[in-house]
Design a protein around this ligand. Structure first.
Ligand SMILES: [Zn+2]
Ligand SMILES: [Zn+2]
Ligand SMILES: [Zn+2]
Ligand SMILES: [Zn+2]
Length: 228
């Protein structure tokens, strides 16, 4: 079966692009839309990073973010939890250039690994254009994200919030029994097919109703108690 191409809409011009074309498109689309408003003259521009985020093992889930360079890792962590990850308050950590930045750093390197840092660092202190890094949420049943700083630019009079520049469309996942669109995933079988079903075929799956989670637009789909 041929895998469908992952697509999404540009948040600026609303046009649809494939995942592979979106990074390039956003560069030109943002060039055109970044006219400095008159009232912000004299205000110092602030650096922002364009960050591509994708599921490490489910790359059809992706986000393009504009993140103020002065934001902390903690702020980015909170944003990723809110849009994609949060189920029951698990721990999380970034890994950047071999250093781990954790919500609750292990000061005594309990696992024999390097001492962890906290998430108070500002992005410009640890990232630059081209940096590839990871975010892990929930160390028991982890969702791992791959992040890349694609670009940076100066933006005048912008807000200090993180903005979504583009986001994937819900991947078209079909029921592995009948081929209709899948609506539920068995959390016990997610890494061993068949696990994706429509409502009707889910009833016949041996694991039982309580193992099912809804199909949602997040790389944490089907994990722990995540319902979107
Ligand atoms: Zn656009
Ligand atoms: Zn959970
Ligand atoms: Zn079905
Ligand atoms: Zn199952």
């Amino acid at each position: 079966m041929k895998k469908p191409i992952s697509t999404g809409n540009c948040g600026l011009c609303r046009r649809k692009f494939s995942k592979s074309a979106m990074t390039r498109h956003l560069k030109s689309c943002r060039d055109q839309s970044s006219t400095t408003p008159a009232e912000s003259k004299g205000v110092a521009p602030a650096k922002t990073f364009h960050v591509l985020v994708e599921g490490r093992f489910l790359p059809d889930f992706w986000l393009h973010l504009e993140v103020p360079a002065a934001a902390t890792l903690e702020k980015l962590d909170r944003f990723l939890r809110a849009i994609w990850l949060e189920c029951c308050g698990h721990m999380s950590a970034f890994t950047i250039g071999g250093t781990r930045y954790s919500v609750s750093p292990n000061r005594d390197s309990f696992f024999g690994g390097p001492r962890e840092q906290n998430m108070k660092q500002k992005l410009y202190e640890v990232l630059s254009v081209g940096t590839v890094f990871e975010h892990e949420y929930d160390f028991g049943t982890p969702t791992v994200l791959k992040l890349k700083v694609v670009d940076e630019r100066e933006r005048t009079g912008g807000s200090t919030d993180i903005a979504v520049l583009a986001r994937n469309d819900l991947p078209s996942i079909v029921c592995e029994t009948c081929g209709q669109p899948a609506t539920q995933v068995c959390s016990g079988c997610i890494w061993n097919a068949p696990a994706w079903f429509c409502d009707k075929c889910a009833k016949d799956h041996e694991c039982g109703e309580e193992m099912f989670l809804p199909v949602v637009n997040s790389p944490r789909v089907g994990t722990c108690g995540y319902c979107g």
